[in-house]
Design a protein around this ligand. Sequence first.
Ligand code: CTP
Length: 402
Amino acid sequence: MEQRRILVAVTGGIAAYKIPELIRILRRAGACVRCAMTPAAQEFVSPLVLQTLTGHPVRTDLFDASQEGEIDHISLADWAELVILAPATANTLAKMSCGLADDLVSAVLLATRAPVLVAPAMNVNMWEHPATRSNMETLRQRGIRAIGPEVGELACGWEGAGRMSQPEAIAAEAGLLLGSRDLAGEVVLVSAGGTREPIDRVRFLGNRSSGKMGFAVAAEAALRGADVVLVAGPTPLATPAGVRRVDVQTALEMRDALLAEFERATITVMAAAVADFRAARPSELKIKKEDLAADSGLTLELTRNPDILAELCARKGDRLVIGFAAESHDLMASAQRKIARKGCDLLVANNISSETSGFDTDDNAVVFVWPDGQVEELPTLPKRDVAAQLLDRVAKARGGDE
Ligand code: CTP
């Protein structure tokens, strides 16, 4: 952490009393620490304490001209290489999830492009409330890291999940986040989600891909310092922090968007489930039954879509291109044939026949397949961890670990 710039943003929870200890640990590890506080946080710990421990004036007010003169809130957001929000109250997490910026801390959280680590602390019922659950899910999808809360006796008298993680654990997690900038300088192009191929004005051919795997790769790559472009099929997922997103509908649109970005990309990850076929002649209007003979079925003629991955591989030069393979049976043999056919540098094969991994789940069980026939089987992991494992291999292949 030597000389790394960490902003500790403190909000109003009783666990704020542990923040001086967190700052001491970070400082002992060599980090430069600054603090921002909400008005409520100052009810629990004095700015003077944090100023003394950090060696810097503490920012508390968005509209105080003298504080803005010292370091304005945008400069503070830009200064940070990592923001730790601790304790993170339900209120501030909700504001983050909505993108509100009505005080100094929420404004800095909205403005920063640095990774953010949140350490929630609150009453167990607030933590388990569907609103907080949904806000946390949104934040996770944007690439925000969370640590805790821990289960135990709470200051409010309840028992359950809600205690802020210990300062040592928060500092260790911060160290991990700061340590992994092994993709700085890389331009990572990721495709995610399924495509929709129109049949007529209202109907389309689609597939069950949620986009979660590709979004996890994009979020993780951004955290590791890459410049990330995400080409996404239709999905309600939130754009991860620091990622530029291009939305597309059809395979042909996805191909155009990827080709437009491919020149600049040093690493491309094709996680999208691209439709192999599209309707040969989609109708401009809605197809109506009354236009068909009574009792007749409807025959759709399909035409092949281009194989985008194979096309990118054909022009990849020294770029790294990673493909995915969705297999319902005969996984290893199909994956081996697929990597040879497509010509990519690594294929991530996943078994989509399982209920707990693959399409539209939070977990994935994958096998990494290399062109030389080597395979590496991973256990079932959350998609975020699969993304981290994949990018470990990618960074190594790009020489980022040297
Ligand atoms: N892919 C692509 N363009 C297509 C189809 C697939 O770029 N028209 C990419 C996917 O993004 C994925 C890889 O190719 O990275 C493998 O996709 P998959 O659906 O498993 O294989 P297919 O090539 O479609 O072969 P099949 O469906 O016959 O198994």
